[in-house]
Design a protein around this ligand. Structure first.
Ligand SMILES: [Zn+2]
Length: 257
């Protein structure tokens, strides 16, 4: 059993062959955390698989920092509350100055939306998947003021010092296909507690090098990521896969308050 803990299955890149994909994932025993980025993709997440693939599609909904200033949070909350039983987690949410340039007002708006998502996790105990590019310190500061469900910083891109803080706070960090060809990511993984790391594709992101710029799919790249991780941590592929299964299931469980 493998887990891709962060993929955008509602992205238009996948829509024409989604059923084939989900059948492939099921045949390969791959579970996927499908994250959304706005109200439209959150609603699409519920229709994504109907009930036919509920066993392998783990539904995350949220407002991504890129869309924080455009989305109506009240409208999102209404959709969230009326589907709360079908929602497994909250994401992709977070902060990223790259989407606002030097505009502090928009960054404040991102923070406002992010905090409302953290509050949702605080009340529902659902796990969250966070985008933290260039904003790890701000994210960690805000997280320390909430008692949320389990937290994963997906595509972890912080420093070793920030990683240590994540470990101390009991957070999970996600590594993707970059682990296969980036020595920087491999060094970070070496410093990560074995019970606090996850793997993901962030599909449909396209990766270079051996991945040849193709649309990312867990069925084609996840085993390479796990193989690389096993080399870094000095365990066999099967031991690493088992560790990742345990970590993913723990991350996805509802955290007691
Ligand atoms: Zn993403």
């Amino acid at each position: 059993m493998l887990f891709d803990t962060h993929i955008h299955l509602t992205d238009s890149s996948y829509c024409s062959y989604l059923d084939e994909l989900l059948n492939t994932f099921r045949a390969m025993r791959i579970n996927v955390c499908s994250v959304s980025v706005d109200i439209r993709t959150s609603l699409k997440t519920f229709e994504l698989s109907g009930e036919a693939f509920d066993d392998i599609v783990i539904k995350f909904v949220g407002i991504h920092p890129e869309f924080a200033s455009k989305e109506n949070v009240d409208e999102f909350m209404t959709a969230f509350n009326s589907n709360v039983e079908r929602i497994d987690g909250i994401g992709e949410i977070g902060l990223d100055r790259a989407y606002v340039g030097s505009d502090q007002i928009s960054y404040e708006k991102q923070k406002e939306v992010f905090c409302s998502m953290l509050s949702l996790s605080e009340t529902t105990r659902k796990p969250i998947s966070i985008h933290s590019r260039g904003s790890t310190d701000d994210i960690l500061d805000l997280l320390s003021t909430y008692n949320t469900g389990n937290v994963a910083l997906h595509w972890f891109s912080g420093s070793k010092k920030q990683l240590q803080k994540c470990m101390d706070m009991g957070l999970y960090v996600g590594y993707g296909p970059l682990l296969v060809y980036s020595s920087e990511k491999r060094v970070l993984l070496k410093h990560t507690n074995m019970s606090q790391f996850l793997v993901e594709t962030d599909g449909p992101v396209k990766y270079s090098n051996c991945f040849k710029g193709l649309i990312s799919l867990p069925s084609s790249s996840l085993t390479s990521v796990i193989r690389s991780a096993s080399n870094v941590i000095g365990k066999t592929f099967y031991e690493t896969r088992e560790t990742l299964r345990e970590n993913s299931e723990r991350f996805l469980s509802s955290r007691p308050s």
